[in-house]
Design a protein around this ligand. Sequence first.
Ligand SMILES: C[S@@+](CC[C@H](N)C(=O)[O-])C[C@H]1O[C@@H](n2cnc3c(N)ncnc32)[C@H](O)[C@@H]1O
Ligand code: SF4
Length: 240
Amino acid sequence: MKVLVSGIVDFSTIDYPKKCSAVIFLYDCNMKCPYCHNLKHILEHKKEMTVEELFNNIDFFFADAIVISGGEPTLQKDAIIEIARYAKEKGFPVKIDTNGTNPEVIEELVKNKLIDYVAVDVKCKFDKYREFTKCEEDGEEIKKKILKIINLCKNNNVFVECRTTYVPKIMNEEDIEEIAKTVKDCDLYAIQQFEPKDAYDEEFRKIMPPKEEELIKLGKIAKKYINNVIIRTVNGVFEI
Ligand SMILES: C[S@@+](CC[C@H](N)C(=O)[O-])C[C@H]1O[C@@H](n2cnc3c(N)ncnc32)[C@H](O)[C@@H]1O
Ligand code: SF4
């Protein structure tokens, strides 16, 4: 089985909450989020390797967990199943970052007990989804898929985080309120501070990141519907 890999980070303290993780960035994506700081790198870097070669390329001196990210990792179903199995055999907890478009892939991981933590991005209000992310699905389809992932995780004791990267002017309080109402059953909702530096769309590189006070205000809106809400900023993680 070959995996298409765009990059590896041996050691991260921010990608798997409360753990030091190695992060595997898989090639390609089925969305084109204008704010994405990974997409350009992902599309420009593609290395084919076996799962064994992939793990031989990771320095496990510090890492005690594996994060499978990208790009959109669920586009490589067989590869992520093999990566997760390999990681579990070595005793590592496994987290996946996904845009939620392939719940059947998450189901396969969950049902085979290959995953411990699922982080699903909820990009914006659902009626803006197709225009904002250039995805194939309409907002209602995306909503059903995200809810399916939340249910799957909840029913199988897998921790499920939903998260939104908040871009000022493009998004507003209404987006956060609608998202929070929809994903209210998740274990954790995170509002992430947009970082403009490497945004895929150059117009987004000119947008200032939201201030912490703005994110706290949005967090309080989400908190009306969800118990466990945090904001993630360059300065750290703050509970609301
Ligand atoms: C690059 S995505 C990869 C996984 C998956 N495709 C997804 O969208 O969740 C990983 C995380 O980075 C976040 N992200 C992307 N661009 C960002 C930016 N410019 N500032 C802050 N977070 C960003 C996404 O919202 C997502 O939570
Ligand atoms: S944020 Fe995720 S879904 Fe959006 S373009 Fe980047 S990798 Fe793809």
